[in-house]
Unconditional design. Structure first.
Length: 242
């Protein structure tokens, strides 16, 4: 038996199937909107901390994995310019190019890859850009801790090229593939070299994923869909009494 309410010369008489479908859809829209809003709030905190750019803190004996992602640290050691990786499928302002990963050996013997930034595609895939390091002397660098880049299915994956030639072209390699190619252990995390540090290229680091405002706009869209659904529901079922 359908719902039937009469008022002001009109009757509201939706069917139960339509009412049930409307309630389920409305709950989904509200839930999706709340989820996006919560993601935006969480991302806002991450971006605020990232953009605050606190001074780099000396790593010391602490492990990289014990620190928060994007923690700003300073480390002392030596770049290994003889064994570098060139990450394919990396763009900057719409231009194709590569990012350069260079092993860095800390004074205590630990090794980690440092992302030294983006370099433009030279125009041919037969020749890689010149990413040589002018000096291999011990140095102190400031950088942010990050995770090794991972790509979606559309971007593809290619392990580092075999053979004795360096640098090695690769696309979204795994940690195990990098260690196997280097024939030595490296930390699972990487460092994003500060934009004002020497020995780097184009570095415009931002937290990964969508910015907070995008999540907030998606939330408003989902809630807007819910509002439109209610307008349609009442518009179709609230009629004048014949």
């Amino acid at each position: 038996m359908p719902i039937r309410i009469s008022a002001f010369g009109r009757v509201f008489a939706p069917s139960w199937p339509m009412t049930l479908a409307t309630v389920l859809l409305l709950a989904s829209f509200v839930s999706l909107g709340s989820w996006q809003w919560q993601r935006g709030t969480g991302k806002q905190a991450v971006w605020a901390e990232y953009l605050r750019n606190p001074p780099a803190v000396e790593l010391g004996t602490r492990r990289f994995e014990d620190l928060a992602r994007f923690a700003h640290v300073s480390v002392r050691g030596t770049f290994d310019g003889q064994h570098q990786f060139v990450l394919d499928n990396r763009s900057h302002e719409g231009q194709p190019g590569y990012e350069v990963l260079t092993p860095f050996t800390l004074v205590d013997g630990r090794r980690i890859l440092v992302d030294r930034g983006w370099v433009a595609f030279p125009g041919t895939r037969d020749v890689l850009p010149d990413i040589s390091i002018a000096s291999v002397a011990e140095t102190t660098i400031a950088a942010r801790i990050d995770e090794l880049p991972s790509g979606g299915l559309a971007l593809g994956h290619a392990a580092p090229e075999p053979g004795p030639t360096w640098p090695k072209l690769t696309s979204f390699p795994t940690h195990a593939e990098l260690e196997s190619t280097l024939e030595s252990s490296i930390d699972r995390r990487i460092l994003l070299l500060d934009a004002d540090a020497a020995q780097g290229y184009v570095r415009v680091w931002t937290p990964p994923g969508l910015p907070p405002d995008r999540h907030f706009s998606y939330a408003i869209q989902w809630w807007g869909f819910g509002l439109v659904l209610l307008v349609i529901y009442f518009g179709l079922n609230f009629r004048k009494v014949p």
